[in-house]
Design a protein. Structure first.
Length: 170
């Protein structure tokens, strides 16, 4: 019995130590809001999208390099022709972006996006900060601002049908 108890204590310490050691941002998967044919039509070079996503990941990794508070954080990105970009977040810890996420948004929006034409593209980088909280995601990442736009407009195509509502053209 003492061995089992000692083993459980050691396992508990290992889990706590692993959580404490977890820092940075890790990608879990990508979500594309349009079908492949639409993305291919709107991207001049699909490899440029891959490069752009990698640069966003690198910026997140640098930003969260010393963060130790676990969080599930999805980064929703829309890119319009003319290299216009807008970022939204879906966080397991907060419903509205705090100072930290607003600062991250500014950093990510400085990353030069890929070129698109014939309309916007949108995708989400589903990831976790400091190892994440282990919470399961409920479907496709949907920023609160997008959800409010859908609620106002009713049955709306995502993302094309709501981007003008949540991100008016300049």
């Amino acid at each position: 019995m003492k061995r089992v108890l000692l083993l459980l204590v050691c396992l508990n310490i290992s889990v706590v130590a692993a959580r404490a050691a977890a820092t940075g941002y890790q990608l879990e998967h990508l979500v594309f809001y349009q079908p492949g044919e639409v993305l291919e039509e709107r991207l001049q070079d699909t490899s440029k999208l891959t490069d752009y996503i990698k640069r966003l990941q690198d910026a997140c990794q640098r930003f969260f390099a010393t963060t130790t508070t676990p969080e599930t954080l999805d980064i929703v990105v829309a890119v319009r022709p003319g290299r216009q970009v807008r970022i939204w977040f879906v966080s397991s810890r907060q419903s509205t972006p705090d100072v930290t996420l607003r600062s991250l948004r500014r950093e990510l929006e400085k990353v030069t996006p890929c070129d698109v034409s014939q309309g916007a593209i949108a995708f989400a980088i589903a990831g976790k900060v400091a190892g994440g909280e282990g919470k399961r995601r409920a479907g496709t990442p949907m920023p609160a601002e997008w959800q409010r736009a859908v609620d106002r407009k009713g049955n709306t195509e995502i993302p094309d049908g709501i981007l003008d509502s949540v991100w008016p053209r300049r």
